[in-house]
Design a protein around this ligand. Structure first.
Ligand code: ATP
Ligand code: MG
Length: 257
């Protein structure tokens, strides 16, 4: 479904990804974890072809997207839905219009829009809010709208970049149930998160990145001593952060490899 083969991405003085090889299969639910600056967003941007790798190949649904022409990018992105921490809804459109807009911009017929929009709103449990504007909704409701919009064109892959980052624990858990349901219906899910409790509870595949490298790929656990954005810093966190600092310095001195 998604294949990274020896992928490296360098920024001027930083390493984004460093020789990453990883395969995500159709139907997988994968958590991407790691400290700030590890390369998680870089990984996502490469899948969406927002940035290009310096080395290696990336295949999405069997197609090498590093060779894909610009004209092929809209089709790629139609197959990859995306949800963000800050929802990114259009403030002047209603819930219904926000979701419908995702279909309109790819020129779907009105008939299908009328059919699918109510379906996804119902699936996300927000049918009653169809006529409301984003600022009339709770954070959890806004995220449901954002997910509805991301899946209305039936993408094969759904990427969620910290989708629960702005939500209280109960609401976050409701959103996780929805993502789980979407996954059960066949959509491959890749979710970036710092939420240790969620990762541990879900018991899915966890890919951990540090300094652009995959340091762990296994089922079940978040693996860090605490969610690194938390306040109670433990010895392990300090150890990891110190190690990262040294690696960064070393890389800056050494330049590209
Ligand atoms: N446009 C850019 N120019 C230069 N360096 C960048 C750029 N984007 C990212 N980087 C660097 O690349 C590394 C990986 O960044 P990335 O945004 O992928 O991390 P992340 O894992 O998503 O972090 P976070 O959890 O904070 O979102 C970091 O060192 C970052 O500073
Ligand atoms: Mg990021």
């Amino acid at each position: 479904m998604i294949e990274f083969n020896n992928v490296s991405k360098y920024y001027k003085s930083n390493v984004g990804l460093d020789n990453v090889t990883v395969h995500i299969n159709e139907g997988d639910f994968v958590f991407l974890v790691g400290p700030s600056g590890a390369g998680k967003s870089t990984f996502i941007k490469l899948i969406l072809k927002e940035i290009e790798p310096d080395k290696g190949t990336i295949k999405v649904r069997g197609e090498d997207i590093t060779r894909l022409k610009k004209s092929g990018i809209p089709k790629l992105r139609r197959n990859v839905g995306i949800v963000f921490q800050d929802f990114r809804l259009l403030p002047k459109k209603t819930v219904y219009e926000n979701v419908a807009f995702a279909m309109e911009i790819i020129h779907q017929p009105k008939r299908l829009i009328k059919k699918y929009v109510p379906q996804v709103l119902s699936m996300m449990g927000i049918s009653e809010s169809a006529g409301k504007y984003p600022d009339e909704l709770s954070a959890g409701e806004q995220q449901r709208v954002a997910i509805a919009r991301a899946i209305v064109n039936r993408p094969k892959i759904l990427i969620a970049d910290e989708p629960t980052g702005n939500l209280d624990p109960d609401t976050a858990w409701e959103i996780m149930q929805l993502l789980n349901t979407i996954n059960m219906k066949g959509t491959t899910i890749l979710m970036v998160t710092h939420a240790k409790d969620i990762v541990d509870k879900m018991e899915k595949r966890v890919i951990a990145i540090e300094n652009g490298r995959i340091v762990r790929d296994e089922f079940g656990m978040y693996g860090y001593m605490q969610a690194l954005q938390g306040t109670d810093v433990t010895f392990d966190t300090v150890e990891v952060q110190t190690r990262n600092l040294f690696r960064t310095r070393f890389k800056r001195g050494g330049g590209r490899r």
